[in-house]
Design a binder for this molecule. Sequence first.
Ligand code: ADP
Length: 618
Amino acid sequence: MIQQSLTQRLNLAIFAVMALLAFVISAWSYKVDLQTMRAQYTGVAGSLAPTMIELVVLDQPETVTEFNRQLRNFPQLRGLTLMTLQGEVRYEYRRQDTALACPRDLPWLAPLADGCMVIRQKLEFESAQWLNYAMEVDTKELQTQIFRQAMMVVMGTLFCFWLIYRSIRRWVIRPVDELVAGLPLMGSGQVKFPYAGVHRSELAMLARTLESSDRQLYERQLQAKELNSRLEASLQAKSDFLANASHEIRTPLNAVTGFIECLEAQRARLTPEGQEQLKLLQGASQSLLHIVNDVLDFSRLEAGELKLDPQPGCPSDFLQRVHAHYQGMARLHKVEFGLCLDPKLPARVVMDEGRLEQILGNLLTNAIKFSPGGQVELICRAQSGDSDYCQLCFSVKDTGIGIEPQKLAGIFDAYTQADGSVTRRFGGTGLGLAICKRLSQLMQANLEVESQPQQGSCFTLSLTLPLSQPGSAGENRGASSELERPLQGVKVLLAEDNISNQKLMQVMLKRLGCDALTLASNGQQAVDACQRESFDLVFMDCQMPVMDGYRATRQIRLGPSAETLILALTANATEEDRQRCLDSGMDDFLAKPVTLATLGEGICAARRRQGKQASQLP
Ligand code: ADP
């Protein structure tokens, strides 16, 4: 398109200039011819002047015949009229073959258009004016001559046009065409203009510049690709590291939190000092678990692996539970902690309580942490809605230290803390709000903050939730007796290589009612045990020596215990790990560290979901 329009415009411009030139040349040569002709016939009049004076001034009629004969010697003279200076006509001559007079008197157009012209003049002779005369001259020859000249000018102009066009095409249009054609290849390292090295024109300079820019661009792209792949590799390494670190931390943490729970059951038997230490231990293990979960959640959110699990529930019950849960922490920080619920809250909505609690929990933890001795309020308002949806606004408001305006913009960025000294005073990883923001995006919700230094902050989460009718599917979470002792009379195989976790699971499974437990320290032992006898339920660790849990499960599924309910119990806690467990044939997945409650709930949920296998359990 560009090339075409450039060529067309150039052609048009050259053509216009050439046409104008041809016109000017023709007009000029016409003018010169006309002047020559006028001068020639004025000269004729001069040579005939004595006779003309005799005829008009001296009135000698005998000279007429001789004068007529003289005039016939000028074949192009069509007529002549002689008048006195006062305008009285004294003589008229007209050739026989040109009876008609010139139709127009225009001195510049008539010779070309009508083939004749009229010359009106006063006759001067010996410095005196004698008479007026009007000469009609035939200009047909002039017409032909002018036409011939015009043809030659046009031919010459066309030839020049062709010559100029050829050179412009060669020196301008073609190089520009090549430049334009090379532009899409910029950055490929293959741009080459044949004339770039040969010529010295501006276009050749431009071509050389483009060639070197192409090479630079290509090299930069290679560098960018290299950097990108290094970045990807380091991101992968980061993810792998997080997954590994999380696995390695979760395994001992499972034992720590589990045994703390066991000690908690025996709290009454401890001395007051022991009870105090147990409390501190619980706090420390909870904080550790919280950090590990945050790090893992964040990497799962970053990788887009985290999925929501919305279930029907009552928002005010849920908020009361959350409020009760953070009361202890508020008391510890001497914070007055209130709950304000909109009376118009819907009875039931479909929400992911776990993730919603995670967001509110983070906001509440911060609010309490940053408002020592102040006030914190958890507020929920029903904004608007229709018969299917409602919009809820959860706010966490505090009267704490607030956030500087310049820090507010990046407050939801990962690893951000408003002030380094704040971190030292209050602790924290800087991941909490980033997780909240990403979770809220996952819920298609909006999380905002308003804050004034030393006056407090207000974080608001607005989201639209579907309404749920009471008794909808998914609300039956199992009878409480089943939850308390779900393993009563159930024959269990535990495949676990870590001694501490084996011991812990023995205690926990016993407390869930299990009194027939077989231990396997690796996958091979688990497969052998399943060949020997049948089990109702297998807890399978994934990473074990000799044979890992995935392979062991596949082999068990091929043997006599193909229908056995197999639950992964692993410190590999990502969605990818979960999928890998399910793909290898396991029925469900429990991530370490597990508490007695999560273990019990997990067993019941798996039994419900795997109706067929559950029916095989007594
Ligand atoms: P952290 O785990 O470090 O608290 P967050 O992402 O939860 O990380 O918070 C990031 C930073 O935002 C905090 O270090 C603190 O400076 C600031 N912040 C968050 N909530 C509040 C609040 N309610 N009042 C004052 N500052 C807050």
